[in-house]
Design a protein around this ligand. Structure first.
Ligand code: PRX
Length: 634
């Protein structure tokens, strides 16, 4: 492990030389004059004075050596189509999309919200924004209209790009109709909505003057040439909203130069992906994983990236492995939930195809349990690398780094701190460093490395307050995760320190869900906690107090009420946030100062010891909770 330790040491202690070296992997139109400006902690500005462009690095730069190589392969098992684009074709598509955006009044610094399924046009739109210096904000298609409206109001986009529809398990999802609804709810609607019609929603309404048809506008810009806008390294490239402890989503802002370097370096040192090879990342483009490892890193590295629209078990549980075989995939990236879904199917599906091209499978987004890690490792007979990161960082914090030095894998552990991250485990009580085997808060000693969030969009103060104020004694970045390091230096992640839960790799704030439940007119108050779920990792569980319980005496009445609450959550946040169940109580367990005892509720719901409950105001609340849980499981 010598080489790995030395690599990590250099990244922190010989920082300028280390990152100057890494920065050579990308094109700089104008060289940077300073590696890091850290004059205003905790705000870090990387590669100061340098000018570059993400789209140039992802597309144009490859035209010389690999214009005829596939850049993107779109595979949809939903609409049963496959389509590839070479780097030359990507260049044309992206320029045309950029010309369309310019024609719609989008310029440098303007925001564009992209609400699209996993289709090539989403990638063109993203790279078109990068090309002209517009700031994209991709919103995951599973979010409901109210969530989208909140993001519209925060980002204030000039343009929204969508499709008529998406598809999941063969069922059409009306994207455009949802965009219409979100715009009705928003206070800062965009001037235009650009719609790519896939023929999935023939009845899609059109708003004259506002809505623009992609194909129609594209026809006017065929063969367009739009030069890249050179941007200073720390200018914003995109915003990606993520959940935290408050109901208001945080706009994670990323830069241009640091992001480009982080992407290129991680593809080499962590994922071992090389130009000309194929990567298959199964994520949605609306997540951080999709941004970084379907789009930016693979294309910056000159790889072929597979964009997949569909689920892992349709038409059968071998579909992903067939893709690996047919496209000679060498790097694959997925989520533990997907593997747990596959684990319910016959192992023979894994053995049916020739997987000799595959070097590693990377998994991230939620804890990878040991049995699943072991099952997939043995099934594939390849190293399966659990790695840990966050939307905020944009690339791995903890991982094995086979591109630097292969290391033995411990099931259930995302291995070691990645270069650039000065990782610490601090005791919650006094910010002192925890010893081996001791559970503590995972923090990053600032400055954050290149490619991590630079601030919260439009709210520097919230950035500092949210992430750097956990400990009064020390200004460190909190991941809000518990972790532990064993005597061999391997880390283990033990769940969140805050009220964020992870449902099938989807990060959700329990406060957001509570706010959604509270939208029901007959709810006085509620508490939502995450409970362990065998397939999804965690699921939300709600405990609600009704304002008027007179109609809730009967089982039917309660069932109808529960359904109404679930529908309310679907409408506010989307079906991913729907609680597993809603338990009706007349009282929630609270401290004397009125704080809901969420950790105790969660422990009880998971059948664990709730710990010290001396601060509880009314112990009757706990009895009710226990009774409600027991009644349900009876
Ligand atoms: O709690 C950690 C969990 O997911 C959170 C980040 O979620 P998100 O912002 O959606 O980023 C996903 C990018 C991969 C973390 O704070 N998490 C992520 N990866 C792991 C994990 N928990 C345990 N093990 C992991 N490998």
């Amino acid at each position: 492990m010598r080489a790995l330790q030395e690599f990590h040491r250099r990244s922190l202690h010989d920082r300028d030389a280390f990152w100057t070296e890494q920065a050579k992997m990308v094109h700089w139109e104008k060289p940077f004059t300073k590696v890091l400006d850290y004059s205003r902690p905790p705000f870090a500005k990387w590669f100061v004075g340098g000018e570059t462009n993400l789209c140039y690095n992802a597309v144009d730069r490859h035209l010389r050596d690999r214009a005829g190589q596939k850049a993107l392969v779109w595979i949809s098992t939903e609409v049963d189509r496959e389509k590839s684009y070479t780097y030359r074709e990507m260049h044309e598509e992206v320029q045309r999309a950029a010309a369309m955006m310019v024609a719609l009044g989008v310029g440098k610094g303007d925001r564009v919200i992209i609400y699209m399924p996993n289709i090539p046009e989403a990638v063109f739109a993203i790279l078109a924004c990068a090309r002209i210096g517009a700031v994209h904000s991709v919103v995951f298609g599973g979010f409901a209209a109210a969530s989208l409206a909140a993001r519209i109001d925060d980002a204030k986009p000039k343009l929204m790009v969508t499709a008529d529809g998406g598809s999941r398990m063969g069922k059409v999802l009306p994207y455009k109709a949802l965009v219409d609804e979100s715009i009705r709810l928003a206070r800062h609607p965009p001037a235009h909505v650009l719609i790519f019609r896939r023929g999935l929603d023939a009845d899609m309404p059109v708003v004259a003057g506002r809505d623009v048809d992609w194909a129609g506008l594209a026809a006017k810009h065929a063969g367009a040439q739009v030069p890249c806008t050179w941007l200073e390294a720390s200018e914003p490239s995109y915003i990606l909203y993520t959940s935290g402890t408050t109901g208001k989503p945080k706009g994670v802002q990323r830069d241009v130069g640091g992001h480009a370097v982080a992407m290129a370096a991680s593809m080499q040192h962590i994922y071992c992906g090389h130009a000309g090879e194929t990567i298959f990342t199964t994520s949605d483009i609306g997540w951080a994983v999709g941004h970084s490892y379907i789009i930016y890193a693979p294309l910056i590295a000159g790889m072929t990236s597979i964009l997949y629209e569909g689920v892992p078990v349709r038409p059968d549980a071998g579909v992903w492995w067939k893709i690996v075989q047919d496209y000679r995939v060498s790097v694959m990236f997925s989520a533990p939930t997907a593997i747990r879904v596959l684990k319910k199917h016959d192992l023979a599906w894994l053995k049916k195809y020739d997987l000799s091209s595959l070097r590693h499978l990377f998994l991230a987004g939620e804890p990878l349990d040991e049995p699943t890690h072991a099952w997939i490792s043995q099934g594939l007979d390849k190293p399966v690398i659990d790695h840990y990161w966050q939307t905020e960082t944009g690339w791995p914090i903890l991982s094995a780094m086979p591109g630097v030095e292969p290391t033995p894998i411990k099931f259930g552990s995302p291995s070691f701190a990645v270069y650039g991250y000065d990782l610490k485990l601090l005791r919650e009580t006094d910010a002192s460093e925890a010893g081996p085997g001791e559970k503590a808060v995972v923090v990053i000693e600032p400055p954050l490395p290149p490619g991590c969030m630079t601030t919260i969009w439009g709210d520097d103060e919230r950035f500092v307050k949210t992430y750097f104020s956990t400990f009064s004694k020390k200004q460190v970045y909190s991941t809000f995760d518990w972790g532990i390091r064993d005597k061999d230096g391997y880390y283990f992640i033990l769940g969140r320190t805050d009220d964020v839960i992870n449902v099938a790799g989807h990060r959700l704030g329990t406060r957001e869900i509570e706010e959604a439940v509270n939208m029901h007119s007959n709810i006085a108050e509620c508490a939502v906690v995450g409970v362990a779920d065998a397939l999804k990792g965690q699921m939300p569980l709600a405990f609600a107090v009704a304002k008027d319980a007179s109609k809730l005496g009967s089982i039917e009445g309660r069932k109808a009420f529960e359904k109404e609450i679930m529908d309310t959550v679907d409408k506010q946040l989307g079906a991913i946030a729907r609680p597993k169940a809603v338990h009706l109580v007349t009282l929630l367990p609270k401290t004397r100062s009125g704080k809901t005892l969420r950790r105790a509720i969660q422990a009880l719901a998971e059948g664990r010891d709730p710990g010290d409950l001396t601060t509880i105001e009314d112990p009757g609340a706990l009895e009710q909770l226990k009774a409600a849980l027991a009644a349900r499981s009876a």
